[in-house]
Ligand binder design. Sequence first.
Ligand code: PEP
Ligand code: MN
Length: 366
Amino acid sequence: MTMKININKIQNINEWLGPIEKPLIIAGPCSIESEEQTISIALELEKNPHVKIFRGGIWKPRTRPNSFEGVGEIGLKWLQNVKKITNLKIATEVATPEHVEKALKHDVDILWIGARSTTNPFTVQAIADAIKGTNITVMIKNPVNPDLDLWIGAIERIYNAGITKIVAVHRGFSSFQKTKYRNAPEWKNVIELKRQIPSLPIITDPSHICGNRESLLEISQKAIDLNIDGLMIEVHNKPEYAMSDAHQQITPDELNKLLNNLIPRNESSENKDFENKLDTLRTYIDRIDDELINIVAERMRIVEEIGRYKKENKVTILQIKRWDEIMKNRLILANSKNLKEDFINILFQLLHEESIIIQTEIMNNK
Ligand code: PEP
Ligand code: MN
């Protein structure tokens, strides 16, 4: 059962950042490494009108100890200088109340909670308690594991601390199966988050999804296509020598190219013909969905009848040969209609699972 979400005062990004043209771009190195590097990247990024926020990690959550774990507190001074020298806002990751305290003391504009921290409600609560009563902006990355409720729970904890400038950051999810991405995007979680908290701004972090430079454009475009509010992209002056996440970072020039290659999309169009045609097509879809539900209901009614008949004759629910035949036949038909095999497989497995549940209920019903 899903719990009611009581979040209704989250502010729009332009209420605290000023007018932005979508997509908002947050850029900067995975980790800041020296003062010169930090300032020189920031000066380059400032030239791009889409870039409004400079990101830089100083406390880095690394998978193994003895890797570079960030420059620590000294980095806050460098970030502060970015704020002085450029018109960029500054953002860094915090994972403990001490981080929060130090970051606030150095006028950091935006704190973000990393994916590893979001998985742990104790950590998120400790951060929430530390920011209570401040006017800070908080970005909350999705948890490492694909658990939407855990992500929403972290957002609620921060919101309950009185913070209304909240942004969710979609950075992909680790998965047991190897995919072409470092962290599988699982877009359905983003769509569902948007559905459950419509006022929540969402930003995609293609760098941590991809784990490489090559797929950044594809993931960024997909985010734009889904009407995401912005992108957080790791940018380094010498990506290949970066002390963390070297494979996924790009130069400021490459960022400009990437942004120029993105095709912008609007949520709606001024074009009346387009809107009319879209309306017609949507009415058609609504009708088809009605039919689909009626047909599924009819299928389940027959399933029930079969269940009762099997019960009377003491026959098992599952006949693996019959199921195998169904799958084969359905796939052949689907194939002839240009429907993808994986999709039909999942759809029929779902239908079959529900059929088994219905028949089990009938069998168990004395
Ligand atoms: C980062 O943004 O540098 C970072 C550590 O990201 P994540 O928490 O998404 O792994
Ligand atoms: Mn990184």
